[in-house]
Design a protein around this ligand. Sequence first.
Ligand code: PEP
Length: 250
Amino acid sequence: MRKTFICGNWKLNHDLETTRATLREMIQKLPSSRDVEVGIAPVTTTLFAACEVAKGSRIHIAAQNVHHAEKGAYTGEVSCAHLRELGVTHVIIGHSERRQYFGETSGEVAQKTRAALDMGLVPIVCIGEQLEDREAGRTMAVIDEQLAPVLDVLHPPDVPTLVIAYEPVWAIGTGKTASAAQAQEVHAHIRAQVRSKFQEAAEQVRIQYGGSVKPSNAKELLAEPDVDGALVGGASLTADSFVGIIEAVS
Ligand code: PEP
């Protein structure tokens, strides 16, 4: 049985004060039942404070990016060990904004995924097609190209830890959501790809949907058999809308 996992991605939003206040409000308003796993990925400079506020609560703190190396001459980067020592437990890897604006490749995504797993962090690996890909009937080909390097660096015991976020780029921050059927079709394909390499362990991989998820559409999307959670941008920025999503799927 896969536990539903809802993770907020705050991107480049919320200063230190707002981070603390929003997390406190979320902790206070979240339903007490723990049937849904909950995470928030705040801005890197606020991770330490976020971990302090979230300690002992049901909110996992995730980073939005990481470097694959343990240490060395990588000015401006942060390693998995740095994240771990703060109390961070999850890390978003290969978000489409990192691929698009920072030139992150699927090979780098795979390296980061390996590094995260080796350091005991849960990688949330983002994959998804652009609108042109979908219109050209290339959705599954793009998914396969992005997923294959990640599957290549996995060992069988890593598979149940892995979280994959399917985020059609045309649905991120646009208000356009993939229909539940469109999401399910791609999620089932992703699981089939994992199954072809790791057999029944694929049943344990959680596949989140991301792209304009909000309290009003979360339940329908998560009712699909292969949609195991959501990666949420805009609607995770306030306690009321984020908690609304958790309540809708609990
Ligand atoms: C995201 O950034 O991963 C995302 C899905 O954003 P939004 O929910 O705002 O579309």
